[in-house]
Design a protein around this ligand. Structure first.
Ligand SMILES: C[S@@+](CC[C@H](N)C(=O)[O-])C[C@H]1O[C@@H](n2cnc3c(N)ncnc32)[C@H](O)[C@@H]1O
Length: 276
């Protein structure tokens, strides 16, 4: 849980850096990059352009996985497993993972749909896709392509389910993102959205402290202060779970429900593409 994570990461940021692969030379003196997107958002989308977001993820691709583990206080694998389970993916299925990043959700889905299934991971950042291919690209039936969540390179209704993990928050139009997922999935198929949220419970304040204060430090240690400042700001701007559920219903999903994990620091929304 997060409180354990906070305790486990005490010590100077320099000590932390020494535990992160590829960051041994990162310094706490690394200046904050102010060219990162603002992270501002409305109820319907992130204010940043897709080009700005792509450039930022291209820059952080190399450090993304180890930093993700640290800033999630090592909870990310658990969240990912839950998202994959909620997709309902079964052997033989064809699954789409949008904003796939370095490809881990897609790889987990791929394991779940064997034998005979396939997974397509799509991401706007060529650098992220390169890493995904390097890590998992040799698995038959698992492919990664560069593409935009708002104009997916997919045929209508050709996937049994789709996931988007920590991707929706970055889109300039959440409704369009969900509409593209709905278009790509067959009637009766499920869409799962895993995203960081602003927890509301009192106990969750410690999680919020971790996120607001520690995450930017971790980002600076890794030489990516701008991007990880954006992460915190974009979570502040992201709508609450009820609004995300409302957008899903507006797009036409049925059976929309959401659940929080780790004290509400992340939420999982699911919805089903209508049969008629
Ligand atoms: C925080 S990462 C999440 C990556 C991965 N899903 C995970 O769980 O680790 C967000 C990803 O969204 C991608 N992304 C942002 N905007 C996008 C868009 N318009 N279309 C496709 N991918 C996008 C970024 O390139 C980045 O890889």
């Amino acid at each position: 849980m997060f409180p354990d994570g906070v305790a486990g990461c005490r010590g100077s940021p320099r000590t932390l850096a020494s535990h992160l692969p590829g960051m041994a030379h990162a310094s706490v003196m690394t200046p904050i990059q102010d060219d990162a997107p603002s992270g501002r958002a409305t109820d319907s989308g992130n204010a940043a352009s897709t080009a700005e977001v792509r450039a930022m993820f291209d820059t952080i691709a190399r450090v993304y996985d180890p930093l993700n583990l640290v800033i999630s206080a090592f909870q990310e694998p658990r969240w990912r497993k839950r998202a994959v389970a909620l997709s309902g993916a079964r052997p033989g299925d064809r699954i789409l993972d949008v904003a796939t990043g370095t490809g881990k959700v897609a790889a987990d889905l791929h394991a779940r749909v064997q034998p005979g299934g396939s997974v397509l991971g799509v991401d706007i950042s060529p650098a992220m896709i390169r890493i995904a291919r390097r890590q998992f690209g040799d698995r038959a039936g698992l492919s990664y392509v560069v593409g935009d969540a708002l104009t997916l390179p997919t045929e209508d209704g050709t996937f049994d389910a789709a996931t988007i993990a920590f991707g929706l928050r970055n889109l300039p139009d959440y409704g369009k993102g969900f509409a593209e997922l709905a278009r790509s999935v067959r009637p009766g198929g499920r869409v799962v959205c895993l995203e960081i949220a602003r927890p509301r419970s009192r106990v969750a304040r410690i999680l919020q402290f971790w996120f607001d204060k520690i995450v930017p430090i971790v980002g600076r240690v890794a030489g990516q202060g701008g991007a990880y400042g954006y992460l915190v700001r974009s979570v502040r701007g992201y709508p609450g779970p009820d609004r995300i559920a409302e957008i899903m219903r507006e797009v036409g999903f049925e059976d929309v429900v959401w659940v929080g994990m780790s004290g509400g620091i992340v939420t999982l929304h699911t919805g089903t593409v209508p049969k008629s």
